[in-house]
Design a protein around this ligand. Structure first.
Ligand code: EAX
Length: 325
């Protein structure tokens, strides 16, 4: 009797472990910490996948640089050592120059226009272009419109930017933008709190949630709502891995990611007014309406730079400029 019971227990254990082996765990990387825009997408995605798959698929989120910088996460996705990531679009430009088209300065007027274009055929062309580089681009969530902070002086227009040492992402385009604006751009991977604190750099540029979540008000004095670049994330998977999945699994993952992206864009935008109030309260001196004409003028020749030289990149940039006019 006892041995029968033991046998039954052993059997059920082995059945359990067999079903566990046939289930799947997706490794998903983000560079930022809990509470960040990327993490909000990741957590929503995880919740929805685990629920829709009845637990057959689980998602393990690696955050806070635990598996490296955004560039390093992308390299691991290319190799399929991790399967997915929520990655700031700027960083993709070392992999596929076509991404420079969406990071073009002052391209999108507002959120509605960014959504219409990125969720439409032009956005899909950018996502499918990434396949040549080993990525399956699923959709876009957002970091948001980027704004300048610094420690030296209030910035009202290009004259005030002259000579500021500004940290930029690992993106040739972002470097060009800040050079054109008169700054001394310094590429550095995220996060950069210590470098700001120690004065290695004078400033940085990011959407408002970053100043709040990373407490940049502790180490920066001046904020200007430059809104110079709309910064999406690309929600991305390893192409090699994606191609190994059944269609029904791909659909489940794709739908879950798109829902998470829509949720996060709404969430992020809904919080911006309160963030501005909080940042002012925390001591930021804020310029809300800088000289936009002057800023635009300073970057108006960017279209001609080498970064857009390749015909397919150039063609898409022109289409994008047309579509956002
Ligand atoms: O969200 O490196 C950057 O500036 C990015 O915006 C980063 O992902 C912070």
């Amino acid at each position: 009797m006892l041995s029968q019971l033991l046998l039954a227990i052993l059997l059920s254990c082995s059945i359990l472990s067999a079903s566990a082996a046939s289930s799947m765990t997706i490794k998903l990387g983000v560079v930022t910490k809990p509470g960040s825009a990327q993490n909000i997408v990741a957590e929503k995605f995880k919740e929805s996948v685990e629920q829709k798959s009845d637990g057959a698929i689980s998602v393990k989120i690696y955050h806070s640089k635990s598996i490296g910088t955004e560039t390093e996460i992308l390299q691991q996705i290319q190799m399929n050592t991790i399967q997915m990531g929520i990655i700031t679009a700027g960083v993709f430009d070392t992999f596929d120059p076509i991404v420079r088209v969406i990071n073009y300065p002052f391209l999108f007027k507002d959120h509605a226009q960014a959504d219409a274009i990125l969720d439409g055929p032009l956005g899909r062309r950018i996502l499918s272009s990434l396949e040549s580089f080993g990525f399956k681009g699923l959709c876009f969530s957002e970091n948001g419109f980027r704004n300048l902070t610094n420690n030296i002086r209030p910035v009202h227009g290009p004259r005030d930017i002259k000579g500021l040492k500004i940290r930029v992402m690992a993106s040739a385009l972002h470097r060009e933008i800040w050079r054109a604006l008169g700054a001394n751009p310094t590429p550095m991977p995220w996060p950069i709190y210590t470098e700001l604190e120690q004065g290695v750099i004078d400033g940085q540029e990011n959407p408002l949630w970053v100043m709040e979540v990373y407490k940049l008000y502790e180490v920066q004095k001046y904020l200007t709502l430059t809104r110079h670049v709309y910064s999406p994330h690309i929600d991305v998977a390893s192409l090699q891995w994606w191609q190994s999945l059944e269609q029904s699994t791909r659909d489940l993952l794709h739908d879950s990611m798109y829902d998470a992206a829509l949720y996060q864009r709404r969430d992020n935008r809904g919080k911006n007014d309160d963030r501005l109030t909080l940042l002012r309260h925390k001591g930021f001196s804020i310029v809300e309406n800088p000289d936009y004409d002057g800023l635009r003028q300073a970057v108006s020749n960017l279209k001609e730079v080498d970064l857009y030289r390749r015909p397919r990149v150039n063609k898409l940039l022109n289409e994008m400029l047309q579509a956002t006019r």
